[in-house]
Design a protein around this ligand. Structure first.
Ligand code: DGJ
Length: 733
């Protein structure tokens, strides 16, 4: 049993393969967190919880009545701390009642354990078959009001995953406000912890940063309305010194695409509290009597064998139990996108020429990017007008799609449903459909405003106009872009007391629309995008199997971006393309080989006019596509190992190993060239110790244990940013 309740001890114990999580109901009915860490069986861990009377940390009334001064919500580890009742650390819930008071003292009421995993209405969440997961629901009630909270725990034993979420119910007769609702809290009774987070900016996303958690709050988050380029809603909590292959770490991934916060602090008695949820800034949720609020899910993945193992578990979880697209298990076509080749400036003939040149080299899918609709000749017009620009596409999207299909290729389309330009028919007819505050000029980014996705009429318009195109033309792939952050968040559709809900309702609206499209067009391969990787999160992966990783297609910068991304997300979901040189974003020139080496550690495609290549370069592209297909299974479904850290080392090396450990692919990219360079030795990982392996077509045979323990010298790489890969396969003896 993954979940055990011992009524006499009032203890809930959750076991995964390698971890244990324990909760107790205290003598006063509060839910106390006993432990989360390496597996411990058959043990009541309540002995860890010791109350000492500390000054300025009060006790609940009942405790004080019996002189139990050591029992304090301010020092005890808790499952779901609330604001207003004497715990001064970060709380998870702040409820405002009819009389303006802000407090909730949650007391245990009941529990439920069942096979399978809970789901959350209107929100993405990890899913599981009955035999893959168990759920624990714990119901808590405020001692003095009709606020009820259900905490959800999903236990996916094999993945070492525990998920958390909650619902807040108003069972009273008066409305309440939720000023803050986080999804989870974990109180670790130790203080030697670090938080690893992934910061960035447009075109440089998910750079790893490691900081010690100390006294005072350490937090990352987004108030941009999306998960953002600047901070990713995935963090790692670990003990000091944890590396790729050793040490205890906990990945925490928020399955949500809007504002978020991940916050950690060491409290006055040197214990570490971690909370995660929707960012409270600007958030205020009005809950009518008998209504409720669902807080999104947080996935915790545990490893006591370092961050490499943690990532691989998460990769497996997302590939098998989060992403729903059929393309998770089908080979995705090698793609060619016209954006960097043409931007807005193209004609149908030109696009067909580009596609044809690609087809000759083995490209399977041609994608028409931005610029095909309305008066979209530049970035200040057209968004919202989802009908073809007849100057560019005289026979509509259908006409182009037919030509592309006639070439024997699949056809894909770019859209940006959530946005609107003031210079558009949509804006001229429905100016009130965008987020903006009456009597204020809105903040503008890239010449565009944001549609109010919380409105059903807006979503219906988007669904109808875009699905008209998808029904008329045969579209095999859609890239769903989103090119600005939210500001001036105000909806013409909701009353003043509900304006604090709009950012969250926006995200729910996006999910609702995505769900409608995904379920009605399941054969389309959907790719998420937000100016590259500005909305690269587990929430989007529930709807789309891949996300464009970054607008930065410079292969060298990409080694860091993809390295950072790999900590929390599988390789199979990272959109990665070979683009032209000098690179559009950095001006750097890197060989075609290296550009492909890096793009192959992703979904792989091209983003350039392949017709402009020299004959020998075309030959290289042809063989790259063949190579990618050859290694497809191992890259997309295998285990991923980070062998170096490109942020700190002179060479980026990574490795894929198939699940049977019979094949491996190692990629090497030189980030700095040096004269008379020292050897680069690589220690392979994930092979079978006793098996014999051959490298490429070499004569030599190596034992797995030797490649992993004694290592292997990489041939000296000469020239700027050169690269190579080698293929390792087990030989039968
Ligand atoms: C941002 C995307 O990341 C690019 O790939 C491209 O689609 C542009 N938007 C088009 O506007």
């Amino acid at each position: 049993m993954a979940i055990i309740f011992e009524p006499n001890k009032k203890i809930f114990t959750l076991h995964t393969k390698n971890s244990t999580y324990q909760i107790q109901i205290s003598k006063y009915g509060h839910l106390i967190h006993n432990y989360y860490g390496s597996k411990i069986e058959n043990m009541d861990l309540s002995y860890l919880i010791q109350g000492i009377n500390r000054g300025f940390s009060g006790s609940p009334y009942e405790a004080m009545a019996v002189e139990d001064r050591g029992y304090s919500l301010d020092t005890y580890p808790q499952e779901y701390p609330t604001y207003g009742i004497g715990d001064y650390r970060s709380s998870c819930l702040s409820v405002e009642h009819e009389d303006g008071s802000q407090a909730a003292e949650l007391i245990y009421d009941s529990y439920k354990i069942y096979q399978g995993k809970y789901q959350l209405k209107g929100l993405p969440a990890v899913w599981a078959k009955e035999n893959e997961a168990q759920t624990l629901e714990i119901t808590l009630k405020d001692k003095y009001s009709d606020v009820k909270v259900i905490l959800y725990y999903g236990v996916l034993e094999e993945f070492d995953v525990i998920t958390r979420a909650c619902t807040i119910y108003n069972e009273g007769e008066y409305p309440i406000y939720l000023n803050k609702v986080f999804s989870c809290c974990i109180d670790f009774w130790k203080n030697n912890m670090e938080m690893i987070s992934f910061y960035g900016r447009h075109a440089m996303e998910r750079t790893l940063q490691r900081r010690k958690i100390e006294h005072g709050k350490l937090s990352v988050g987004s108030t941009r309305g999306t998960s953002s380029h600047q901070h990713n809603p995935f963090v790692i909590l670990c003990e000091e010194g944890v590396g790729e292959d050793h040490g205890v770490c906990y990945g925490a991934s928020f399955v949500y695409s809007g504002n978020f916060i991940a916050e950690a602090e060491v409290d006055q008695i040197n214990h570490t509290r971690f909370v995660m949820g929707i960012h409270p800034e600007g958030f205020r949720y009005y809950v009518e009597p008998k209504d409720c609020f669902f807080a999104p899910e947080v996935v915790f993945v545990y490893s006591d064998a370092g961050m490499g193992e943690m990532s691989r578990k998460l990769h497996d979880l997302y590939r098998n139990n989060l992403i729903r697209s059929k393309f998770m298990h089908e080979r995705r076509p090698v793609l060619l996108n016209n954006w960097e080749a043409t931007e807005f400036d193209f004609t149908q003939e030109h696009l067909v020429e580009i596609a044809k040149a690609g087809r000759e080299l083995g490209i399977e899918l041609f994608v028409m990017d931005d610029g095909w609709f309305g008066e979209r000749d530049h970035d200040k017009a057209g968004l919202g007008d989802w009908f073809p620009n007849k100057k560019k596409l005289p026979n509509g999207v259908k006409g182009l799609a037919e030509q592309i299909h006639a070439l024997g290729m699949k056809f894909g389309l770019w859209i940006e449903p959530e946005m609107i330009n003031e210079d558009s028919e949509l804006y001229r007819n429905h100016a009130d459909w965008c987020l903006s505050i009456p009597n204020r000029k809105p903040n503008v980014e890239r010449g565009q405003l944001v549609l109010d996705m919380s409105r059903k009429d807006v979503r219906d318009y988007l669904y109808d106009s875009i699905s008209k195109i998808l029904d008329e033309a045969k579209v095999d792939y859609v890239k769903w872009d989103m090119n600005r952050n939210l500001s001036d968040v105000w909806s013409a559709k909701v009353p003043s007391y509900r304006q604090g809900e709009v950012s969250h309702r926006y995200v729910l609206g996006v999910y609702e629309l995505m769900e409608r499209f995904m379920s009605n067009y399941p054969d389309i391969l959907w790719e998420g995008c937000s100016g590259g990787g500005g909305r690269f999160d587990a929430g989007i992966l529930y709807y789309m199997p891949q996300i464009w990783c970054s607008d930065n297609t410079d292969a060298i910068e990409r080694t860091s971006i993809q390295y950072g991304t790999s900590f929390g997300y599988p390789i199979s979901c990272m959109g990665a393309h070979v683009s032209a040189v000098p690179n559009h974003q950095t001006g750097r020139s890197v060989s075609l080989n290296t550009r492909a080496e890096v793009a192959m550690a992703g979904t792989f495609g091209y983003e350039m006019d392949l017709g402009t290549l020299r004959e020998e370069e075309k030959e290289i592209v042809r063989s790259q596509i063949q190579e990618f297909k050859k290694y497809y299974n191992i890259i997309q479904y295998g285990d991923y190992y980070r062998l170096t850290n490109p942020l700190e080392e002179e060479v980026a090396i990574w490795q894929f190993v198939d699940k049977e450990k019979k094949k491996a692919l190692v990629s090497v990219v030189s980030l700095r060239t040096r004269a008379n360079a020292p050897f680069i030795k690589v220690y392979l990982k994930g092979l079978k110790e006793d098996s014999l392996y051959r490298i490429d077509d070499g004569e030599e045979v190596y034992r797995g244990s030797a490649l992993m323990k004694a290592g292997f010298h990489i041939p000296v790489l000469k020239g700027d940013y050169s690269s190579l890969h080698f293929y390792i396969r087990e030989i039968e003896v």
